[in-house]
Design a protein around this ligand. Structure first.
Ligand SMILES: [Zn+2]
Length: 74
């Protein structure tokens, strides 16, 4: 069992920051490579983080394959 040292709010905003930063980097990399789908190692759990760019505006859909880990929809 891990001890949660941070108050809930702070941990919550840390996760949002990690998610948005990871998403922005991931999207930039996909666009640079000219790809619509890809995956990388999740910075939070080390699992498989999958992403795709959707529609003409390249909205990022990203989700870690570990339950309750990182995900975002732009
Ligand atoms: Zn993860």
């Amino acid at each position: 069992m891990t001890e949660e040292r941070k108050p809930f709010g702070e941990a919550f905003y840390d996760q949002i920051r990690l998610t948005t930063e990871t998403g922005a980097k991931f999207k930039a990399r996909l666009l640079k490579l000219g790809k619509r789908v890809g995956w990388t190692h999740c910075p939070k759990c080390g699992g498989r983080l999958e992403a795709s760019l959707v529609g003409p505006r390249n909205h990022l859909h990203m989700a870690c394959q570990t339950a309750n880990c990182l995900w975002m929809m732009e």
